[in-house]
Design a protein around this ligand. Structure first.
Ligand SMILES: C[S@@+](CC[C@H](N)C(=O)[O-])C[C@H]1O[C@@H](n2cnc3c(N)ncnc32)[C@H](O)[C@@H]1O
Length: 221
Protein backbone atom coordinates (compact mmCIF):
# COMPACT_ATOMS: atom_id res chain seq x y z
CA UNK A 1 0.00 0.00 0.00
CA UNK A 2 1.34 3.48 -0.87
CA UNK A 3 1.65 6.17 1.79
CA UNK A 4 -1.35 7.96 0.26
CA UNK A 5 -3.58 4.89 0.24
CA UNK A 6 -2.65 3.87 3.78
CA UNK A 7 -3.32 7.44 4.96
CA UNK A 8 -6.74 7.42 3.22
CA UNK A 9 -7.50 4.07 4.84
CA UNK A 10 -6.71 5.60 8.24
CA UNK A 11 -8.99 8.59 7.56
CA UNK A 12 -11.76 6.25 6.40
CA UNK A 13 -11.43 4.07 9.49
CA UNK A 14 -11.36 7.12 11.76
CA UNK A 15 -14.51 8.63 10.32
CA UNK A 16 -16.24 5.23 10.39
CA UNK A 17 -15.43 5.15 14.12
CA UNK A 18 -16.71 8.65 14.91
CA UNK A 19 -19.54 8.90 12.36
CA UNK A 20 -22.43 8.34 14.78
CA UNK A 21 -21.00 10.74 17.38
CA UNK A 22 -20.18 13.29 14.67
CA UNK A 23 -23.71 13.16 13.25
CA UNK A 24 -25.11 13.88 16.72
CA UNK A 25 -22.91 16.86 17.57
CA UNK A 26 -22.38 18.64 14.24
CA UNK A 27 -24.88 21.50 13.96
CA UNK A 28 -26.99 21.91 10.81
CA UNK A 29 -25.98 24.75 8.45
CA UNK A 30 -28.92 26.81 9.75
CA UNK A 31 -27.00 27.07 13.07
CA UNK A 32 -23.71 28.25 11.50
CA UNK A 33 -22.33 31.72 12.13
CA UNK A 34 -23.89 34.35 9.81
CA UNK A 35 -20.85 34.75 7.52
CA UNK A 36 -20.43 31.01 6.94
CA UNK A 37 -24.14 30.71 6.30
CA UNK A 38 -23.99 33.64 3.88
CA UNK A 39 -21.18 32.00 1.85
CA UNK A 40 -23.08 28.73 1.69
CA UNK A 41 -26.19 30.70 0.73
CA UNK A 42 -24.27 32.51 -2.03
CA UNK A 43 -23.08 29.18 -3.42
CA UNK A 44 -26.62 27.77 -3.24
CA UNK A 45 -27.90 30.84 -5.08
CA UNK A 46 -25.24 30.41 -7.78
CA UNK A 47 -26.31 26.79 -8.16
CA UNK A 48 -30.04 27.60 -8.22
CA UNK A 49 -31.80 25.93 -11.12
CA UNK A 50 -28.65 24.15 -12.37
CA UNK A 51 -29.49 21.43 -14.88
CA UNK A 52 -26.64 19.14 -13.80
CA UNK A 53 -26.12 17.77 -10.27
CA UNK A 54 -23.97 19.30 -7.58
CA UNK A 55 -21.62 17.12 -5.51
CA UNK A 56 -20.99 17.59 -1.80
CA UNK A 57 -17.55 16.00 -1.47
CA UNK A 58 -16.70 14.80 2.02
CA UNK A 59 -20.41 15.09 2.83
CA UNK A 60 -20.30 13.36 6.22
CA UNK A 61 -23.83 12.70 7.53
CA UNK A 62 -25.34 14.81 4.74
CA UNK A 63 -26.61 17.86 6.63
CA UNK A 64 -24.93 20.34 4.28
CA UNK A 65 -25.97 18.36 1.20
CA UNK A 66 -29.61 18.46 2.37
CA UNK A 67 -29.40 22.21 3.06
CA UNK A 68 -27.93 22.84 -0.39
CA UNK A 69 -30.54 20.68 -2.13
CA UNK A 70 -33.33 22.56 -0.39
CA UNK A 71 -31.87 26.05 -0.84
CA UNK A 72 -30.78 25.63 -4.47
CA UNK A 73 -33.50 23.29 -5.66
CA UNK A 74 -30.93 21.11 -7.42
CA UNK A 75 -29.95 17.44 -7.44
CA UNK A 76 -27.19 16.92 -4.90
CA UNK A 77 -25.02 13.84 -4.64
CA UNK A 78 -23.04 13.39 -1.45
CA UNK A 79 -19.71 11.59 -1.69
CA UNK A 80 -17.71 10.46 1.33
CA UNK A 81 -14.72 8.25 2.03
CA UNK A 82 -16.41 6.74 5.09
CA UNK A 83 -19.03 4.04 4.40
CA UNK A 84 -20.58 4.62 7.85
CA UNK A 85 -21.03 8.35 7.08
CA UNK A 86 -22.74 7.40 3.81
CA UNK A 87 -25.06 4.97 5.64
CA UNK A 88 -26.04 7.69 8.13
CA UNK A 89 -26.52 10.26 5.36
CA UNK A 90 -28.78 7.90 3.37
CA UNK A 91 -30.80 7.14 6.50
CA UNK A 92 -31.28 10.82 7.40
CA UNK A 93 -31.91 12.04 3.83
CA UNK A 94 -33.40 9.17 1.80
CA UNK A 95 -34.47 11.61 -0.93
CA UNK A 96 -30.80 12.37 -1.82
CA UNK A 97 -28.08 10.22 -3.40
CA UNK A 98 -24.97 9.37 -1.36
CA UNK A 99 -22.04 7.27 -2.51
CA UNK A 100 -18.75 6.11 -1.04
CA UNK A 101 -15.72 7.57 -2.82
CA UNK A 102 -12.57 9.59 -2.42
CA UNK A 103 -11.95 13.13 -3.58
CA UNK A 104 -8.62 11.84 -4.92
CA UNK A 105 -10.47 9.72 -7.54
CA UNK A 106 -14.11 10.79 -7.68
CA UNK A 107 -16.69 8.22 -8.86
CA UNK A 108 -18.10 10.78 -11.32
CA UNK A 109 -17.88 11.13 -15.13
CA UNK A 110 -15.96 13.98 -16.75
CA UNK A 111 -17.81 17.34 -16.94
CA UNK A 112 -20.90 15.81 -15.29
CA UNK A 113 -21.48 18.39 -12.54
CA UNK A 114 -22.66 21.99 -12.28
CA UNK A 115 -21.01 22.43 -8.90
CA UNK A 116 -18.70 20.92 -6.32
CA UNK A 117 -18.84 21.77 -2.64
CA UNK A 118 -16.14 20.56 -0.26
CA UNK A 119 -17.20 21.58 3.23
CA UNK A 120 -14.57 21.01 5.92
CA UNK A 121 -13.15 17.95 4.17
CA UNK A 122 -10.15 18.95 2.02
CA UNK A 123 -8.09 20.00 5.06
CA UNK A 124 -7.63 16.29 5.82
CA UNK A 125 -5.67 15.86 2.59
CA UNK A 126 -1.89 16.19 2.73
CA UNK A 127 -0.82 19.28 0.72
CA UNK A 128 1.00 17.06 -1.81
CA UNK A 129 -2.37 15.44 -2.69
CA UNK A 130 -4.20 18.74 -3.22
CA UNK A 131 -3.13 19.09 -6.90
CA UNK A 132 -4.73 15.66 -7.51
CA UNK A 133 -7.87 16.64 -5.58
CA UNK A 134 -8.26 20.00 -7.34
CA UNK A 135 -7.62 18.33 -10.73
CA UNK A 136 -10.44 15.91 -9.88
CA UNK A 137 -12.75 18.83 -9.06
CA UNK A 138 -11.87 20.38 -12.46
CA UNK A 139 -12.36 17.08 -14.30
CA UNK A 140 -15.90 16.50 -12.98
CA UNK A 141 -17.12 20.09 -13.44
CA UNK A 142 -18.79 21.14 -16.68
CA UNK A 143 -17.38 24.33 -18.28
CA UNK A 144 -18.56 27.26 -16.15
CA UNK A 145 -19.11 24.95 -13.17
CA UNK A 146 -18.66 26.36 -9.67
CA UNK A 147 -16.52 25.21 -6.79
CA UNK A 148 -16.80 26.12 -3.12
CA UNK A 149 -14.24 24.96 -0.58
CA UNK A 150 -14.54 25.80 3.10
CA UNK A 151 -12.33 24.64 5.93
CA UNK A 152 -9.57 25.31 8.37
CA UNK A 153 -6.72 27.56 7.22
CA UNK A 154 -3.45 28.80 8.70
CA UNK A 155 -1.95 32.26 9.02
CA UNK A 156 -1.65 34.37 5.85
CA UNK A 157 2.12 34.54 5.86
CA UNK A 158 3.01 31.31 7.66
CA UNK A 159 4.25 27.98 6.38
CA UNK A 160 1.05 26.25 7.38
CA UNK A 161 0.66 23.70 10.12
CA UNK A 162 -0.30 20.06 10.44
CA UNK A 163 -2.04 18.69 13.53
CA UNK A 164 -2.37 14.96 14.05
CA UNK A 165 -5.30 13.69 16.10
CA UNK A 166 -5.53 10.41 17.94
CA UNK A 167 -8.84 11.12 19.74
CA UNK A 168 -11.97 12.97 18.72
CA UNK A 169 -15.64 13.40 19.50
CA UNK A 170 -15.56 12.34 23.12
CA UNK A 171 -12.37 10.30 23.26
CA UNK A 172 -13.00 7.98 20.29
CA UNK A 173 -9.77 6.67 18.72
CA UNK A 174 -8.84 8.27 15.38
CA UNK A 175 -5.75 8.77 13.27
CA UNK A 176 -5.84 11.66 10.84
CA UNK A 177 -4.18 14.95 10.10
CA UNK A 178 -5.64 18.40 9.66
CA UNK A 179 -3.61 20.75 7.47
CA UNK A 180 -3.94 24.47 8.08
CA UNK A 181 -2.56 26.01 4.90
CA UNK A 182 -2.12 29.73 4.27
CA UNK A 183 -5.15 30.89 2.23
CA UNK A 184 -2.85 32.26 -0.49
CA UNK A 185 -1.39 28.79 -1.02
CA UNK A 186 -4.86 27.32 -1.50
CA UNK A 187 -5.66 30.04 -4.05
CA UNK A 188 -2.38 29.37 -5.88
CA UNK A 189 -3.03 25.62 -6.03
CA UNK A 190 -6.57 26.23 -7.32
CA UNK A 191 -5.21 28.54 -10.02
CA UNK A 192 -2.53 25.99 -10.94
CA UNK A 193 -5.36 23.46 -11.39
CA UNK A 194 -6.99 25.89 -13.87
CA UNK A 195 -9.66 27.45 -11.63
CA UNK A 196 -10.50 31.15 -11.65
CA UNK A 197 -10.86 32.10 -7.99
CA UNK A 198 -13.70 34.60 -7.64
CA UNK A 199 -13.84 35.11 -3.86
CA UNK A 200 -12.07 34.21 -0.66
CA UNK A 201 -13.11 34.91 2.90
CA UNK A 202 -10.98 34.34 5.96
CA UNK A 203 -12.60 34.38 9.38
CA UNK A 204 -10.43 35.12 12.40
CA UNK A 205 -10.84 32.95 15.51
CA UNK A 206 -13.90 33.70 17.60
CA UNK A 207 -13.11 34.98 21.15
CA UNK A 208 -11.55 32.18 23.17
CA UNK A 209 -10.88 30.05 20.06
CA UNK A 210 -7.76 29.49 17.97
CA UNK A 211 -9.06 28.29 14.61
CA UNK A 212 -9.14 30.37 11.43
CA UNK A 213 -11.59 29.45 8.70
CA UNK A 214 -11.38 30.03 4.97
CA UNK A 215 -13.98 29.89 2.22
CA UNK A 216 -13.02 29.92 -1.47
CA UNK A 217 -15.32 30.31 -4.49
CA UNK A 218 -14.00 29.48 -7.95
CA UNK A 219 -15.17 28.86 -11.50
CA UNK A 220 -13.94 26.12 -13.82
CA UNK A 221 -13.66 27.90 -17.19
C1 LIG B 1 -15.12 17.18 9.37
S1 LIG B 1 -16.07 16.07 8.39
C2 LIG B 1 -17.13 17.18 7.47
C3 LIG B 1 -18.40 16.52 7.04
C4 LIG B 1 -19.42 17.46 6.35
N1 LIG B 1 -18.89 18.09 5.18
C5 LIG B 1 -19.91 18.49 7.32
O1 LIG B 1 -19.60 19.68 7.13
O2 LIG B 1 -20.59 18.12 8.29
C6 LIG B 1 -14.90 15.57 7.15
C7 LIG B 1 -15.49 14.53 6.21
O3 LIG B 1 -14.60 14.39 5.09
C8 LIG B 1 -14.54 13.03 4.72
N2 LIG B 1 -13.30 12.82 3.96
C9 LIG B 1 -12.02 12.90 4.39
N3 LIG B 1 -11.17 12.62 3.41
C10 LIG B 1 -11.93 12.35 2.31
C11 LIG B 1 -11.63 11.97 0.97
N4 LIG B 1 -10.39 11.78 0.56
N5 LIG B 1 -12.66 11.82 0.11
C12 LIG B 1 -13.96 11.97 0.51
N6 LIG B 1 -14.29 12.29 1.78
C13 LIG B 1 -13.30 12.48 2.66
C14 LIG B 1 -14.59 12.30 6.06
O4 LIG B 1 -14.93 10.93 5.93
C15 LIG B 1 -15.62 13.13 6.82
O5 LIG B 1 -16.93 12.64 6.64
Amino acid sequence: MSDASSYLAAVRGSYDTVADAYAEVVPPPSALDPLSRAMLGAFAEEMGGAQAPVADVGCGPGKVAAYLAERAGVDVVGIDLSPRMVTLARRAHPELAFVVGSMTALPVLDAALAGVLAYYSTHHMPPELLPTVYAEFRRVLAPGGRLMIAGHVGEDDGEGECRHRTEAYGGLPVSYDSHFLPPGRIVRLLEEAGFVVTARLTQEPAPGQTRRYGTFLAVSP
